[in-house]
Design a protein around this ligand. Structure first.
Ligand SMILES: NC(=O)c1ccc[n+]([C@@H]2O[C@H](COP(=O)([O-])OP(=O)(O)OC[C@H]3O[C@@H](n4cnc5c(N)ncnc54)[C@H](OP(=O)(O)O)[C@@H]3O)[C@@H](O)[C@H]2O)c1
Length: 265
């Protein structure tokens, strides 16, 4: 039996997932990093090992493929990894008028953002529960409570993550062993697509945008403190609060106008 405990991170090869990996390594956490099979995970591993004395394992898999999550679970079981933290970060999105994108694209988003997240939690929760204290961090979005026209499926998938996280957190609360926290970032500058989306909003986009490192640091800090929801950035936090107070009609009308820039993407 391995004496060390590990943090398991999905989507760890780039963007916010990579930032989670670097943040956790800087906190001396041993890591199991997961992403699609390619060379990038190896580069992230080497980057971490060059600056930290932690144990890092990588596992390349398409989590949406039949048996994908199970193969990861098997790998971890065979290695007898003790896992005390799971970060369900992998996710994808798409913008545009709902009817203009192929159905397969939407089903793939639901598979990765929701089905895989539920599978991961179901497989690994019993493993985490073997530890004295465990943590699960789920990646939602600010859009979870602000349903965005022209990102209908993505925004709905993040509402699912939000509701799921709050619900299982309460289920587990009385046992006092596993903290569940959900992080709801606004736009984060992670990849060329995210940069394009931010630029489409001009100065407004820049005001709410954050860097992956900021999001990761705040989310991990709050997870360890046992905080239920993290909305990184004061302005984003305020926007979510205002959004909850506005009448739905007015809110949705405003959101449609603001996000019309995505319509023809
Ligand atoms: N960026 C934003 O503005 C923003 C805002 C709010 C919430 N979020 C959420 O934050 C999370 C990370 O976003 P990001 O922008 O950092 O993403 P990203 O840069 O596109 O990175 C996505 C990660 O997920 C992995 N991945 C994608 N499909 C996979 C699959 N089928 N199986 C296994 N791994 C897969 C990718 O692996 P490869 O590198 O191998 O492709 C990569 O490591 C997502 O859940 C996203 O919805 C993002």
């Amino acid at each position: 039996m391995n004496e060390k405990t590990y943090t398991l991170i999905t989507g760890a090869s780039m963007g916010i997932g990579r930032a989670f990996a670097l943040e956790c390594a800087s906190r001396d956490m041993n890591l199991i990093l997961v992403a699609l099979p390619d060379q990038v995970l190896e580069q992230v591993k080497n980057e971490i090992l060059s600056e930290n004395s932690v144990d890092v394992w990588i596992f390349g898999v398409d989590l949406t493929k039949e048996g994908g999550v199970f193969s990861l679970f098997n790998f971890c079981s065979e290695k007898a990894f003790r896992i005390n933290m799971l970060i369900n970060n992998a996710g994808m999105g798409a913008g545009g008028k709902f009817e203009n994108l192929p159905l397969d694209k939407y089903l793939n988003i639901i598979d990765l953002n929701n089905k895989v997240l539920v599978q991961m939690t179901h497989y690994f929760l019993p493993v985490i529960k073997r530890e004295k204290k465990g943590f699960i961090l789920n990646m939602s979005s600010m859009e979870a409570t602000l349903p965005l026209p022209y990102k209908a499926v993505y925004t709905a998938s993040k509402s699912f993550v939000y509701a799921f996280s709050l619900a299982i957190r309460e289920e587990l609360a009385s046992e006092g062993k596993v903290e569940v926290s959900v992080v709801c970032p606004g736009p984060v500058v992670t990849n060329p697509e995210a940069l394009k989306r931010m630029k489409a909003h001009g100065a407004r986009g820049k005001m709410v945008a954050q860097m992956p490192e900021q999001v990761a640091a705040m989310a991990i800090r709050n997870l360890l403190k046992g905080k239920r929801v993290t909305i990184p950035g004061k302005l984003n936090w305020a926007l979510v609060k205002v959004g909850k107070m506005l009448p739905t009609n007015l809110k949705m009308n405003l959101l449609e106008r603001l996000f019309r820039v995505y319509r023809d993407h």
